[in-house]
Design a protein around this ligand. Sequence first.
Ligand code: UDP
Length: 238
Amino acid sequence: MGEPIYRRVVVKLSGEYFAGPQSYGIDQSTIDRVAGDLIAARGLGVEIAVVVGGGNIFRGVEVSARGVSRPTGDTMGMLATVMNCLALGEALQRHGQKARTLSSFVMPQVCELYTRAAAQQTLGEGGIALLAGGTGNPFFTTDTTAVLRAAEIGADAVLKATNVDGVYSADPKRDPKATRFERLTHSEALAGGYKVMDATAFALARETSLPIIVFSIAEPGSIGTVLGGAGRATVVAG
Ligand code: UDP
């Protein structure tokens, strides 16, 4: 594995991945494996903040389709991200890694409030900062949260961990002719309307000149590989 090419990153983990082989909820062995990958990546000397999604529990759009208002559904989704962070935080601590969950919502009995200073302090002390609660606002996603927080804390890149190994010209599961991009500009990613990340996230990354590296988390150790500038991935930058 090469020397890390980033000093500080935000890793975006989809909530869906936390469900493991199930379609809903939290699969502990999957979380333990991801925790191990994060600790190994931290061991390379890179400062790591993590934004976790909530799609394994609630997605606002899906909840609102069943009759709940969209803002309430989105709030449920944001609370789901807190649950995922608590599960990941415990797994990290169980493996001896200092981790601190910081939420966009005030919930003193559960975890601390996210502030830029608290996140910076955690990273400076060698801890992994788990950024929970999304942006704290409905109608956004945790992809956008990852870019927003990365810009706030001065991260060098967003590592977008998904279940595919990059951005494809079409859905590779449905279209055998789909090809993977090695590199895209933010503008190309926006114009292409690729489903891997929402337009708000790409637009904010363009605005803040933040590279986004899209890679597969299914490959054990892939976070460390990507930090070394290697492995199969799509780099969205420039
Ligand atoms: N969400 C929100 N505002 C945010 C981030 C998330 O309202 O800033 C809600 C939204 O309902 C979303 C859910 O939380 O569907 C879970 O987040 P996301 O869909 O990004 O999770 P993932 O797909 O990564 O599991």
